[in-house]
Design a protein around this ligand. Structure first.
Ligand code: ADP
Ligand code: MG
Length: 243
């Protein structure tokens, strides 16, 4: 488990007159075990921020810390972070079991038996143990998302990054999965950064809310503080309005 610190982190794409400042001088301390939800309009830099924490994108300026270690030079694998995206990105030709064990085979010293036991245990936790021999194409959207979560959890990462993980699911499933993600997160105590554009997720899931606009931090606070004591007009309009 680990805290995360962003210290004056900036990301520009392109240069000269075409430059886009996707993330603009963001500083943020996230505590070990905290669940932080990131919201903001499309293009406000949420995904770019996640990708920099994951090591999939290198910042133009500033430092990213995991625990007290600067990880600027570390690639994704060395950061021990698990990501879940909206489009699942499961391997279509592998079974659920193979999808879940693939990362473990690549990154641990566990024996084949130990990997199988870990995958089975995680599959039971996610309610997908009966699907282990199926391929992703045979599963519903909700089941695929459970597999994606299971695949992230099975590696026992320090940090979860979730970028709109539920946005492809119907409303009823979203409600179920919201509860389930919160339950898993508190059971596992994993530091979690969660991106959403869903108002209900923003108001109910996290310990704190981070509001972004044009790559700049607008407010960091509890959902209630952002709702009742918005730091500026943008936050008042964004948090108060239905998405
Ligand atoms: P969000 O996830 O909040 O919708 P993004 O982080 O995807 O926002 O994008 C922030 C800004 O950075 C947008 O203006 C987007 O067009 C730009 N951007 C993101 N990725 C790239 C890229 N690989 N190349 C150029 N511009 C990018
Ligand atoms: Mg995005």
């Amino acid at each position: 488990m680990a805290s995360i610190t962003l210290d004056d982190v900036t990301k520009e794409f392109g240069d000269g007159g075409d430059a886009v400042v996707a993330v603009d001088d963001v500083s943020l301390d996230i505590e070990d075990g905290e669940f932080v939800v990131f919201v903001g309009p499309s293009g406000s830099g949420k995904s770019t921020l996640m990708r920099m924490v994951a090591g999939l994108e290198t910042q133009t300026d500033g430092d990213v810390y995991i625990g007290d270690q600067i990880v600027n030079q570390l690639g994704p694998r060395a950061r021990d972070i698990a990501m879940v995206f909206q489009n699942y990105a499961l391997y279509p030709n592998m079974t659920v079991e193979e999808n879940m064990s693939f990362g473990l085979k690549m990154s641990t010293e566990l024996s084949a038996d130990e990997i199988e036991a870990t995958v089975t245990e995680t599959a039971e936790m996610m309610g997908i143990e009966s699907l282990l021999d199926n391929t992703p194409g045979e599963l519903s959207g909700g089941q695929q998302q459970r597999v994606a979560l299971g695949r992230a959890i099975v590696r026992d990462p320090n940090v979860f990054l979730m970028d709109e993980p539920l946005s492809n699911l119907d409303a009823k499933l979203r409600t179920t999965m919201r509860t389930e993600i919160n339950r898993l997160q508190s059971d596992l105590g994993v530091t979690t950064l969660y991106v959403t554009h869903d108002q209900t997720e923003a108001m109910t899931m996290g310990d704190r809310l981070v509001v972004l606009n044009y790559g700049e931090l607008q407010q960091v606070g509890t959902p209630l503080a952002c709702f009742y004591r918005p730091a500026n007009r943008f936050v008042a309009g964004f948090i108060g309005s239905p998405s």
